[in-house]
Design a protein around this ligand. Structure first.
Ligand SMILES: NC(=O)c1ccc[n+]([C@@H]2O[C@H](COP(=O)([O-])OP(=O)(O)OC[C@H]3O[C@@H](n4cnc5c(N)ncnc54)[C@H](O)[C@@H]3O)[C@@H](O)[C@H]2O)c1
Length: 440
């Protein structure tokens, strides 16, 4: 049965804490696509299609023609940053996109001026912040809510979503104050330092019933208090950490090795990058957050406990080094020691010259559009079907995340089919062959 989904009428405001490399690449890209001068490559919502019914029916609509998503022409961008640069200036500094392309959408980018950030320097020590709000954490949350509401009114938006594209915060774990909404709200009033800046934005959004997606590896909405608030205000949440570059490759390759019961003895991954994200990650406390997010992936896919003879001795090591000459063009090397029949050893080497923000921008767009769809479809709480986009997917308590990108895609597509009242696809296909037998 088809779910009752409210139509995507009116404007959708995408508000972004952190107008750095990813956010400016997203905004400039969407503006360029709107003008017809670029293509939204890498975006499943814009370019992908989905099979419906049996293979013999030949129904393969574009995702955007199948589910009611906001149209790119109806999107308005806004955001916050600790620096005052407008999106044109920030994009020029990020050096991800060519000046020619940025100049073609200059007016649109200059119009996006960051609002003052809710910030605490202890969470990203390598940033010298000049554009910040003052006050206790409670006051900051009130101020962020006011920002959201006045942006919505000023831009005549029908709906808003927030996507965190801010710097990776230092490593922290959930503590007592993160366990219930009541404790969290008391901690806001007490200006408890264990509430990170990203949590202030997330709290403000969820309190207003606005979906929140987290593109960084910090916990943010991945704590019981936020899950409780999301349920209370019937708001979708998704996190965490955009799945780009090296981890994307891992979640493509590892399921294939596991599918063929090939053993993996070691996986050494190293990266160099020279953007501001790299600078922040140069601090060991911020790197730890990223490392934890990246490390879980292989174990979840290969399941060493279930297959000790194949993956029990797996040595997984990840390094990220800040190297300014490469800018946003991250380079990664993977050395994978595998073994096959009778234990004979083999090696795989990957040298990926990727562009971090080029891979991340379409993810941020899709997360925004699907989070908005989820809200209109009355889905609330953790949106596990969006794991496809995330390095460290948030799951219901007690569940292992699914990191295999192919299973994640099936889950995403089946969720869309379910919402639209289409049959779920199992890929069994035996009926086709039975029909053939019957004909003979
Ligand atoms: N680029 C990728 O491929 C990729 C992949 C996965 C995750 N991420 C994550 O996405 C985030 C953004 O990446 P990026 O490359 O755009 O980084 P960036 O450093 O270029 O941009 C981050 C921006 O956030 C701002 N910021 C920091 N704290 C803030 C706060 N409290 N409020 C408002 N603004 C704040 C910074 O000033 C900066 O401009 C990072 O957390 C990164 O780890 C990026």
């Amino acid at each position: 049965m088809k779910t009752n989904i409210k139509p995507a009428e009116g404007k959708l405001g995408i508000l972004i804490p952190g107008l750095g490399a990813v956010a400016t690449t997203l905004i400039a890209g969407v503006e360029a696509v709107k003008k017809g001068i670029s293509q939204p490559i890498g975006s499943l919502t814009q370019m992908g299609s989905i099979r419906l019914g049996k293979r013999t029916e030949n129904r393969n609509p574009k995702v955007k023609d199948f589910v009611p998503l906001a149209n790119l022409n109806d999107i308005v961008f806004g955001g916050w940053d600790v620096y005052t640069d407008n999106v044109y200036e920030a994009a020029m500094k990020a050096k991800v996109l060519e000046p020619g392309l940025l100049n073609a959408v200059k007016a649109e980018l200059e119009a996006v001026v960051p609002m003052k950030a809710a910030f605490d320097t202890n969470y990203a020590k390598n940033l010298i912040a000049t554009n910040v709000k003052t006050g206790t954490r409670y006051e900051l949350a009130q101020a962020v809510m006011n920002d959201i509401l006045s942006f919505k009114e000023k831009n005549n938006c029908d709906r808003i979503v927030l996507v965190w594209c801010g710097s990776t915060e230092i490593y922290y774990e959930a503590s007592d104050i993160h366990q219930t909404l009541e404790k969290f709200e008391q901690a806001l009033i007490d200006d408890d330092k264990r509430i990170s800046p990203s949590m202030i934005y997330a709290y403000s959004a969820l309190k207003l019933g606005i979906p929140f997606a987290n593109g960084a590896p910090n916990l943010t909405v991945d704590i019981p208090a936020m899950i409780e608030l999301a349920k209370l205000t019937e708001t979708p949440i998704a996190g965490k950490d955009f799945k780009t570059g090296q981890t994307l490759m891992k979640t493509i390759l590892a399921p294939g090795l596991a599918a063929r019961s090939l053993g993996v003895r070691g996986w050494f991954s190293t990266n160099i990058l020279g953007n501001r994200d790299g600078l922040v990650l140069d601090d060991p406390d911020n790197f730890k957050t990223k490392e934890v997010s990246k490390l879980g992936v292989l174990e979840d896919i290969l399941k060493p406990d279930a297959h000790p003879e194949l993956y029990g001795d797996l040595y997984h090591k990840i390094r990220i080094d800040y190297y300014p000459p490469h800018g946003d063009n991250k380079e990664s090397w993977d050395n994978i020691d595998i073994f096959g029949w009778l234990g004979y050893k083999m090696q795989i080497k990957i040298n990926f010259l990727c562009r971090d923000s080029i891979l991340a921008a379409p993810i941020a767009l899709d997360l925004a559009l699907f989070s908005d769809l989820a809200k209109r479809a009355n889905l609330s709480g953790i949106q596990e079907w969006l794991s496809f986009y995330l390095k460290s997917p948030q799951t219901a308590p007690g569940l292992h995340p699914e990191n295999d990108i192919f299973k994640q895609l099936i889950k995403l597509q089946n969720t869309l089919r379910h919402l639209m009242g289409e049959d779920l696809i199992t890929h069994l296909g035996l009926d086709y062959y039975q029909e053939l037998v019957d004909v003979l």
